[in-house]
Design a protein around this ligand. Structure first.
Ligand SMILES: Cc1cc2nc3c(=O)[nH]c(=O)nc-3n(C[C@H](O)[C@H](O)[C@H](O)COP(=O)(O)O)c2cc1C
Length: 178
């Protein structure tokens, strides 16, 4: 018989197993986004799966960035941002925006959004937002944005689950809708 879930590992001598916690968090599947912004002549983009819907009225979204990020200064200075929701065939973009590079946008034909935020081509969705609030979230900053505009394409999304990329597929047991 298979257990429904693996019980959490007991805390080590430091009191909390951060690595096991991170692995446990990875059991929650997410999409993959690249957050972009521009400020002070610098354009930045960071691969992010902490993106989440927050509020419909007012329209708010949130995500978090590790405080050690070299891109944070630009996000802090920027007034406007873009959520580029990656499509199923954009693993290379996800990897590119998660690794150090002099110019992560090199060779990509980007558009320009509100406040100069770079817009990536071929994504399955785009949300442009302005700064609403930045909150302290432990070793991350929590960025809350007020949505200005959005657009979607029919592409299938890229997913991230247990530290690996995945595809979305319809569930055969999906109850009829409507
Ligand atoms: C699928 C995936 C999801 C990620 N999600 C986040 C996230 O939500 N927040 C974060 O700070 N870093 C996240 N990262 C790591 C950042 O992309 C990476 O550390 C960052 O781009 C480092 O560059 P920087 O120091 O220039 O910001 C993620 C990486 C991957 C591959």
């Amino acid at each position: 018989m298979t257990a429904a879930f693996t019980p959490p590992a007991p805390p080590d001598e430091t009191g909390f197993d951060t690595r096991a916690f991170r692995t446990a968090l990875g059991h929650f599947p997410t999409g993959v986004t690249v957050m972009t912004a521009a400020a002070g002549g610098r354009r930045i983009g960071v691969t992010v799966n902490s993106f989440s819907a927050l509020s419909l009225d007012p329209p708010l979204i949130l995500w978090s960035i590790i405080k050690a990020s070299s891109s944070y200064a630009v996000f802090e200075a920027a007034s406007h941002f873009a959520v580029n929701i990656l499509a199923h065939d954009q693993i290379a973009l996800s990897q590119r925006f998660a690794r150090p590079a002099e110019d992560r946008f090199h060779g990509i034909g980007t558009g320009t959004g509100a406040g100069g935020a770079p817009l990536l081509p071929g994504t399955c969705g785009l949300i442009e937002y302005e700064r609403h609030q930045i909150l302290d979230g432990g070793d991350h900053w929590i960025l809350i944005g007020r949505v200005l505009s959005f657009a979607t394409e029919g592409h299938a999304p890229l997913l991230f689950h247990k530290g690996a990329y995945a595809l979305a597929s319809p569930h055969p047991d999906q109850p009829p809708r409507g």
